[in-house]
Design a protein around this ligand. Structure first.
Ligand code: OXD
Ligand code: MN
Length: 616
């Protein structure tokens, strides 16, 4: 029975049913009883495998088709009337053609199936940040994941009232045919259509499709920002709290940074990190002139491989109940899950992510095809499971940002950390970000590509206009956060990571926050402000870069060094990207920053010089 009298919702559901022609329509009210019944049904049909109730209560494993394991950027379209509005950063399709194509593919595809109607909210219902979506889908897996990742149920329809507007999402699994897979966005119609996939990033329409692609477009028009950012809170020994948002590309450690456990001596002093979000931030101007952020999601859709007690204790803990695992391995000895990096010992009896018995003797960590879990296997875990979830997680007004951090995977050139000279320079740094590709999207991994603000796959409009929107936001806030760039991934000549990362990133966070309060020194370099090695706390740091080579202050000096020649090349590269990829919509402010970078590098040509006073 319909759960609302909102005529627009009823019309959307009716139209979707006419298209998909399901046997049955079920409205998701979000009640524990309904969700439990759906889990039972999915276990019966084999869509989910129930895991060990003692060790992993209320946890399930799902396997996707082998052709459907990641986001598909080349099949993801922004469908605007004017092609230029989608920008060179997106694949574009004419909206009329896109609707026709989607209708043709989806027509009758739900015959014999149930269509579920999921009313959900991105953000806490009742918050001025929150926005409501309705997703219709023929997948129980989608319903159950959406129920973890968003706030689902009747309260969302109540918030809409009789004629409130919402984001329409239509998902049909069809035959999971990769050649007919389309993830289409119609920002001018607040509509998303996804066909022929059942992988999270393509089908949990509240996440990338709504909370980033559609929301970034809404944010540009309404004066706010939707960003691919984690949000974390740092509590100081005296109880004071500061908040930071950080944009790293997919599978580059946002979840790890958001949940980090500081080194022992910080814990002993009373420092604490709390997680507000691990993937998406919606950011608005506050009346106090600062930027305020919320995490519109309600759970974590995290990358499983590499997650273990040491790398991310809090994420692992978050997966211990009420979690859906996708494409990890099944340990048949105790009906639990396993993935590469979970433990050093390999389990003896596993079924791999494709459903076949796995032979640990054949495992070679350099050969992905021998892995038990898919490199982009995931856990969908409720945020409330997380031991370090912030008390502000459910806050309606969000948290004020002291700093914004950009970062990518760069084996060389980019130092461990540096600070922008001002907001516009920070926007330039974000716009010029590049990073090595990961398994989160289909295609080759490890290829360096431009990924401005980690939003390359998620900006729902022209990237040049997106940069201009960032510049404008800076003009409107009187007390903007300071902007930084980090690179945890600098390598030595043999390819070993030079910085330990994980919990030790706290040492860099501390410098960043001190800079925000004018309490730390820095050196002015051609690219911005860089700490001196002595400004980063190395107390008790114990890291082996490679066998027999322990991390020492000289290594820190090396990864803080700015090589002006390399940066001149980088500047040329950025210029090429601006000219060839974004073309004529790059704001003048960014051209000016590029010019300054070039001039600075040409003037120096070796590591820099001038020391700034902490109070200047
Ligand atoms: C994600 C991604 O799933 O960025 O968060 O791919
Ligand atoms: Mn992401």
């Amino acid at each position: 029975m319909a759960l609302t009298k909102n005529s627009k919702v009823l019309e959307f559901v009716e139209e979707s049913a006419q298209l998909g022609q399901p046997d049955k329509i079920v409205w998701i009210d979000g009640s524990a009883k309904q969700i439990a019944a759906l889990k039972e049904e999915a276990v019966k049909s084999g869509e989910l495998i129930k895991l060990n109730e003692q060790l992993l209560p209320d946890c399930y494993l799902h396997r996707t088709k082998v052709n459907d394991v990641a986001r598909v950027e080349d099949r993801t379209f922004i469908c605007t009337k004017n092609r230029d509005d989608a920008g060179p950063n997106n694949y574009w399709m004419d909206p009329r053609q896109a609707y026709e194509l989607a209708n043709e593919i989806a027509r009758g595809s739900m015959k014999g199936r149930t269509m579920y109607v999921i009313p959900y909210s991105m953000g806490v219902v009742g918050s001025s940040f929150a926005k409501i979506g309705i997703e219709v889908t023929d997948s129980i897996y989608v319903v159950l994941n959406m129920n973890i990742m968003t706030r689902v149920g009747k309260q969302c329809l109540d918030a809409l009232g009789k004629d409130g507007d919402f984001i329409k999402g239509f998902h049909a699994k069809c035959n999971v045919d990769a050649d007919k897979r389309y993830i289409m966005h119609f920002p001018e119609d607040n509509t998303i259509i996804s066909v022929n996939s059942a992988y999270g990033g393509n089908v949990l329409l509240g996440k990338k499709c709504f909370a980033l692609r559609i929301a970034s477009y809404l944010g540009k028009n309404e004066g706010w920002m939707a960003e691919h950012m984690l949000i974390l809170g740092v509590t100081y020994p005296d109880g004071e709290k500061k908040y930071v948002a950080a944009a790293f590309p997919s599978a580059c450690g946002k979840t790890n940074l958001a949940m980090l456990i500081p080194p022992k001596h910080y814990l002993e002093k009373g420092y604490k990190i709390e997680t507000v979000g691990d993937d998406i931030a919606w950011i608005r101007r506050g009346e106090d002139g600062r930027l305020w952020a919320v995490n519109p999601e309600n759970g974590f859709f995290g990358v499983a491989p590499g997650t273990n007690e040491h790398s991310n204790y809090n994420a692992l803990k978050s997966t211990k109940r009420g979690t859906i695992f996708t494409n990890v391995a099944l340990n048949t000895d105790n009906m639990t899950v396993w993935w590469e990096g979970l433990s050093k010992e390999l389990p003896e009896h596993c079924i791999d992510w494709t459903g076949k018995p796995w032979d640990p003797a054949k495992f070679d960590k350099k050969d992905k095809s021998t892995c038990a879990a898919h490199p982009n296997s995931r856990f969908t875990a409720p945020a409330t499971n997380c031991p370090c979830v912030s008390p502000e997680f459910d806050s309606k007004r969000g948290v004020p940002l002291s700093a914004i951090i950009f970062g990518g995977r760069r084996a060389s050139t980019t130092p461990l950390v540096y600070e922008a000279r001002d907001w516009n320079h920070g926007v330039f740094i974000g716009s010029a970000m590049s990073s090595e590709t990961t398994a989160a999207a289909t295609g080759a991994t490890g290829v360096l590509r431009h990924d401005p603000m980690a939003m390359k796959p998620f900006t729902g409009y022209h990237m040049g206009d997106y940069f201009a929107h960032w510049i404008e936001m800076g003009e409107k806030v009187t007390n903007p956060p300071k902007i930084f760039n980090v690179n945890w991934f600098r390598c030595d000549k043999d390819g070993n990571f030079m910085w330990p990362g994980f919990g030790d990133n706290m040492r860099v966070l501390e410098w960043i926050l001190k800079r925000c309060e004018n309490k730390a020194d820095a050196v002015e370099t051609p690219i911005g402000f860089v700490p001196r090695a002595e400004d980063i706390d190395l107390t008790d740091l114990d890291y082996e870069i490679k066998k027999g080579k322990k991390f020492a202050i000289d290594d820190l000096k090396e990864i803080l060094e700015i090589d002006a020649d390399k940066w001149l090349k980088e500047a040329d590269e950025i210029e090429g990207y601006y000219k060839n990829s974004i073309k004529d919509r790059i704001p003048q402010e960014l051209w000016d920053c590029l010019e300054t970078l070039k001039n600075n590098c040409s003037a120096v040509k070796k590591p820099a010089k001038k020391s700034t006073d902490k109070n200047d």
